[in-house]
Design a protein around this ligand. Structure first.
Ligand code: KMH
Ligand code: ZN
Length: 272
């Protein structure tokens, strides 16, 4: 089996210091958490940024400050800004970090329920527009899929020229769709041959999904955005601890960890 790419979703937009005091808000905190994840074995940092008080923002200048700080500490890491941002943001707000020309960015391929009355809106036109802009700006999308229909959208929009192939998918299981081995196998079986994939299990599903994903030859995302616990009732002290746990599982299952440059090769990224 090939090497394992670990993505660390270090901050998210919804979790707060009330969930876990280690959630990073400031530029310094973001940099420190990215470094902890990178040193533990993460080759990709999936990035949301905040104001100092924790308010989620897609402000380009704030992204630039955070990305500069991350690259100062982890010069070769792959930074993958979110274009999802937080529920309720406009498309124009959400697209701001793509102006910085990152190697990757997320492309959410459908609308979904996001808890309570919240709906995370991604219309067909939004997806197509984001896809087109990413092609123009030379950014490899990570296709965020929260249920199987979003894979079908990605395939349809790739055929129409809005997404380049081979595609890289992130299966986010445990938000709208359930998270079981059967669910993951169904998703993997539904993507085009030659695609790459990562699994992000939400909450208590994080490590079971990681273990199954590693055994299946896929890649893994962990981090505070998805889960704040190291084990039941034990808050993680940093994203580094979550990545370390995945590295331990991978070692037991015989998967070596990819460096950022090895991850670039696997994903077909051009280093910028
Ligand atoms: N915060 C969610 C509304 C992404 O990063 O692209 C969107 C999200 C997905 O986290
Ligand atoms: Zn995200």
């Amino acid at each position: 089996m090939g090497k394992l790419i670990i993505t660390a979703a270090i901050s998210g937009a919804e979790v707060t210091k009330e969930h876990n005091p280690a959630i990073p808000y400031t530029v310094e905190e973001i940099g420190r958490e990215a470094e902890a994840a990178y040193k533990a074995g993460a080759s990709i940092i999936h990035l949301h940024v905040r104001e100092d008080d924790g308010t989620p923002t897609q402000d380009k200048a704030r992204f630039k400050a955070c990305m500069d700080e991350i690259l100062r500490r982890c010069p070769d890491v792959i930074i993958q800004p979110s274009t999802g941002g937080a529920v309720g943001m406009t498309d124009l707000e959400r697209l701001q970090p793509t102006e910085l020309g990152p190697e990757m960015a997320t492309l959410d391929c459908g609308t979904l329920n996001f808890g309570g009355d919240e709906i995370f809106v991604n219309t067909e036109n939004t997806i197509k527009n984001f896809g087109k802009i990413m092609i123009e700006r030379g950014i490899k999308p990570e296709i965020e899929v929260f249920d199987k229909g979003m894979i079908d959208y990605a395939i349809k929009f790739a055929k129409q020229g809005f997404i380049k192939e081979p595609m890289h998918f992130d299966f986010v299981l445990g938000v709208q769709m359930s998270a079981s081995a059967r669910d993951l196998a169904f998703m993997v079986d539904s993507i085009p041959q030659g695609s790459t994939w990562t699994v992000a299990g939400i909450g208590r599903h994080e490590f079971p999904m990681a273990a199954i994903g590693i055994a299946m030859g896929g890649h893994v995302r962990v981090g505070f955005e998805d889960n704040v616990y190291l084990a039941k009732g034990v808050l993680a002290k940093s994203n580094g601890e979550l990545v370390e746990k995945v590295v331990r599982i991978a070692k037991e299952l015989g998967r070596e960890i990819a460096t950022p440059d090895e991850a670039r090769e696997i994903l077909g990224l051009k280093k910028k």
